[in-house]
Design a binder for this molecule. Structure first.
Ligand code: LLP
Length: 428
């Protein structure tokens, strides 16, 4: 997390002290670095520049309008998966021809909205969906551009809950069915099959799954063309990993080195849908320690004011997020190995937990942490992707605010919810 660093024992973001931001906005708070978003966007775009990619930021990873605006200014398009995400992309003035729409269950209303908005492509995930898009496009007297999302039956070797490219997963269309669709392409007068899409899972720590997927697609695209279906776009999805532990992970240029040749062989315009790579290490969640607690077997709990409703990844996927005090003279280790207890007598072994009434409301189990006291601030790192977007008001806890640091300034880009917000839609 190069944009969040300790300077004189204080965590800073782009030089702004996190404790000053927390004092101004309260906790829990998501704090993002604008420069981190912009630099990561450009890093991935530049790595694949040989193929002149349209980089469509995956809105589900972080959908705040200010973030989308910042990325749009860099030339980003957007990968959306719902009418709501499409609304967000259009609201910030994104060129609809830079929007791609994926998802296994697009409703007729969402399809109509997207066709009327003139988006670039639907990534279609079933035969039924193609028929529905064709029907709606016909009613609107339009032609919808579609990419077939191929499920190549490739194991992305990631968490089972975020694997999407295997036969047992609900996503995409297997190659046998895809061939039948191509053979019948001319039956669908109001859809034009102009792309192939593949997204294997997230995060993917190796290039091999991408290479395997691309190899299968390279066999399939010539078959499409032989059948008179002109495939112009290749959308290789997202999944590019980040480091959650401090350990070195693959960078975009390393993915590109293994993938570019296979991409160029398709002769298609490249579309990419990175989410986590751009947003993951651009944000932290800051929490305040409410209580310390120790039981009769000596187990210690640090109870903070952020909870699983704010960041659900540890509860849902057992995800590892580094946690360290915002102000401390003890240096954070360069690399942390999940499940390995740090033997350092300056640290205490604790569970970091939230106030929600669920045993899974645990951010870290048996973690080495510098001793903290009530009202100390904690930073939960790598929380910019699938953090706020997956948050909820469970336990009627108002959702956290989001703050964007830009140089030496910071702005609240989503205010903290209030108790009135919690009930606003229920009152009449
Ligand atoms: N494209 C499609 C079609 C996707 O389904 C996804 C993510 C992406 C792109 C972006 O993937 P990324 O580059 O961010 O890896 N909530 C989980 C991750 C779920 C990913 C869902 N799809 C987590 O917190 O790890």
């Amino acid at each position: 997390m190069e944009f969040f660093e300790y300077v004189n024992n204080e965590l800073t973001c782009e030089g702004v002290k996190i404790k000053d931001v927390a004092a101004a906005v309260g906790t829990p708070a998501y704090i993002y670095s604008k420069k981190a978003f912009v630099d990561s966007f450009n890093e991935i775009k530049d790595a694949f520049s040989q193929a002149d990619p349209l980089v469509c930021f995956s809105v589900k990873s972080n959908s705040n309008l200010s973030i989308l605006k910042a990325l749009k200014a860099e030339g980003s398009g957007f990968d959306v998966v719902s009418g709501g995400e499409l609304f967000r992309a259009l609201k910030i003035g994104c060129d609809p021809k830079k929007i791609v729409f994926a998802g296994v269950g697009k409703s007729s209303e969402e399809i109509k909205y997207a066709i009327e908005s003139d988006i670039l492509l639907f990534d279609v995930e079933s035969w039924s969906e193609i028929r529905n898009i064709n029907r709606i496009a016909k009613e609107l007297n339009k032609t919808a551009e579609i990419a077939i999302r191929i499920n190549p039956d490739v194991d992305a070797k990631t968490h089972s809950k975020t694997t999407t490219g295997k036969k047992e997963n609900k996503f995409g269309i297997d190659l046998v069915t895809a061939r039948r669709i191509i053979a019948e392409a001319s039956d669908y007068g109001n859809v034009n099959i102009s792309g192939i899409h593949v997204h294997l899972g997230s995060p993917i720590h190796d290039t091999e799954p991408y290479e395997k997927g691309l190899a299968k697609i390279n066999e399939f695209i010539p078959e499409c063309r032989k059948n008179g279906v002109d495939i112009k776009y290749l959308n290789i999805g997202g999944g590019y990993c980040i480091s959650y532990t401090g350990k070195k992970e693959l960078r975009p240029n390393e993915y590109a080195a293994k993938m570019l040749e296979l991409i160029e062989k398709t002769g298609c315009k490249l579309i990419m849908e990175p989410g986590r790579f751009i947003s993951g290490n651009a944000g932290i969640l800051v929490a305040n320690v409410i209580y310390n607690k120790e039981n009769d077997i000596g187990k210690k709990f640090v109870i903070c004011d952020a909870a699983m409703n704010d960041l659900i990844r540890p509860a849902l996927y057992d995800s590892f997020h580094r946690i360290w005090p915002v102000s401390t003279d003890i240096q954070m280790p360069e690399v942390e190995v999940p499940d390995e207890k740090i033997s350092n007598d300056k640290l205490e072994i604790v569970d970091v937990v939230g106030p929600v009434c669920e045993s899974s409301d645990v951010f870290a189990k048996d973690r080495g942490l510098p001793p903290v006291e009530e009202n100390d601030l904690l930073a939960i790192f790598s929380a910019g992707a699938y953090g706020f977007t997956m948050s909820s008001p469970y336990n009627s806890r108002p959702r956290a605010c989001e703050v964007l640091v830009n140089g030496d300034k910071f702005d609240i880009i989503r205010r903290r919810e209030t108790y009135d917000d919690l009930v606003a839609l229920e009152e009449n």
